[in-house]
Design a protein around this ligand. Structure first.
Ligand code: TMP
Length: 237
């Protein structure tokens, strides 16, 4: 098993450590929560455990059942996992099945409107710029990814959406939208990285439409911990 060495990076929700294997890192999930590019700060008790366990579980399934290459290697404890070391493609890749959040605001489409087909957005990862939405031309012109990278990312992303939409439907949850990130391995392969969790997805109960994700924190809806615990229960029984 990889042994943790020095801390490489501390993000808003995770720390990343080097290991004695140069090809592997260890991610450690925190309970810290932020919103609005770090402007709103708080903590969600137990969130790190939920996000670590759920993300590991879903990445393993995506790899084994949908053929999507991911960074996940091994869960080492409730909050930590070994992952492949990648350079992150500096894009937030967002898929939407139902209108919500910034989509509803930007386009004036009422929250909850079922979209006629899934949509895809790329945002350039930079909090100071508020992660601006960018298109393929911006991405290629600025060197954030190549045409080939984007074609692979797009193919993986819609496959991930189909797989996850079906999976969550089976546990009584509508996958409204989500954000994923990709990384590049030293040998140039694009793989799914970062996390898939209630921090990065909108989950609505299929029957009641109750929000079971980080929107409860972003929008001060209360029972934030309860929502994370409910998602944990749905996934792990
Ligand atoms: P949005 O509607 O605010 O653009 O969010 C779309 C999806 O992306 C939603 O599932 C939440 C997720 N998301 C992140 O994971 N990180 C972010 O910084 C933002 C703004 C959204």
């Amino acid at each position: 098993m990889a042994v943790k060495t020095e801390q490489l990076y501390e993000g808003k929700a995770k720390k990343v450590f080097a290991t004695d294997d140069p090809a592997l890192c260890i991610v450690s999930y925190k309970d810290d929560a932020t919103a609005f590019d770090g402007l709103k700060k708080g903590s969600i008790s137990g969130k790190g455990v939920v996000n670590n366990r759920m993300s590991n579980y879903l990445m393993k399934k995506l790899e084994e059942e949908a053929g999507i290459p991911t960074h996940f290697v091994e869960e080492i404890n409730d909050r930590e996992a070994v992952v492949k070391k990648v350079s992150i493609v500096p894009l937030e890749v967002i898929v939407r099945n139902i209108a919500a959040g910034s989509f509803s605001k930007r386009f004036g489409v009422e929250e909850g409107t079922v979209l006629l087909c899934p949509t895809l957005e790329f945002c350039y990862k930079d909090d100071n710029l508020h992660d601006p939405m960018v298109n393929d031309y911006h991405i290629i012109a600025c060197g954030w990814a190549t045409r080939e990278d984007l074609d692979i990312i797009t193919d993986y992303t819609f496959r991930i959406n189909e797989y996850l939409k079906n999976y969550f439907k089976g546990i009584g949850v509508d996958l409204v939208d989500f954000k994923i990130e990709f990384g590049k391995t030293p040998d140039g392969k694009i793989i799914l990285a970062d996390e898939i969790s209630p921090d990065t997805c909108r989950f609505w109960d299929s029957k009641t439409h109750e929000k079971l994700d980080k929107d409860r924190f972003r929008r001060d809806l209360g029972n934030v911990e309860g929502a994370y615990a409910e998602m944990m229960k749905r996934v792990f029984g």
